[in-house]
Design a protein around this ligand. Structure first.
Ligand code: DX5
Ligand code: ZN
Length: 227
């Protein structure tokens, strides 16, 4: 995985057909997705349950690009090796998920993956100030994690800009997750985000049988982000 700051669109399979993940991953990549975003929820850290490392491992052969795994679970550490075995390229843990996020990020890198840290909307940017030498990606949640299709929280735009300045020249991706669509993409891109996660705004109107809407939707977000 090489580093660059070009805008990348990362469809979240939370909005895909749960009975057909393999073909959904292939379809979004064929339609222009740069990364595939995989949302893992435990019904404890967030009020919803999705799937775990076995599902991630099962879909891995269907992903040619980057498998970007977003853990909304607590604790994280007992599951790091399972996600490495599943083939995650990026493994992101929430800064709010436990008292030892620095140790968790070290363990993620130690298991051979890129380490990401996510911030809930209520968590200030400086929560990651001490982690900059230990992370490869910072994810700003622009909804409260747990569900797709929620409204973008505009107050997070300042936080994106603060984090962009904090990152400076470091090779750290700045990802935005939640409520990203052609209306909000220019705001997050102008604030400095380079990885745009989008679930409902990518999958709406399409299906594995007729995926052209995925491509139209991805292109619309990309064009909006480019201003
Ligand atoms: C929310 C997830 C997001 C979500 C985004 O907890 O982390 O990745 O799927 O979905 P949309 O784009 O519909 O807000
Ligand atoms: Zn996510």
């Amino acid at each position: 995985m090489s580093f660059d700051r070009s805008v990348k669109i990362a469809p979240s399979i939370l909005a895909a057909d749960f009975a057909d993940f393999g073909r959904e991953c292939a379809a979004i990549e064929a339609q222009g997705a740069d990364w595939v975003h995989v949302d893992v929820m435990d019904g404890h850290f967030v009020p919803n349950i999705t799937f775990g490392p076995q599902l991630a491992k099962a879909i891995r052969p269907h992903i040619q690009t980057v498998m970007d795994v977003h853990l909304m679970i607590a604790p994280v550490d007992p599951y790091i090796d399972a996600f490495a075995d599943a083939g995650a390229d990026v493994l992101t843990a929430h800064v709010e998920a436990g008292p030892h996020i620095h140790r968790t990020l070290q363990a993620i890198r130690g298991a051979g993956m890129k380490a990401g840290v996510a911030l809930n909307p209520g968590t200030p940017a400086d929560a990651v100030a001490g982690l900059l030498d230990t992370v490869d990606l910072i994810c700003v949640m622009t909804v409260n994690p747990g569900f797709g299709g929620q409204k973008f929280i505009a107050s997070q735009i300042d936080k994106i800009a603060i984090l962009r300045a904090l990152i400076g020249d470091r090779p750290i991706h700045l990802e935005v997750d939640g409520g990203v669509d052609p209306a909000t993409a220019p705001l997050v891109s102008a604030a400095g985000a380079d990885v745009l996660v989008a679930g409902s705004a990518v999958f709406r109107g399409g299906s594995v049988a007729d995926p052209t809407a995925y491509g139209t939707n991805i292109a619309a977000i990309r064009a909006a982000a480019a201003g």
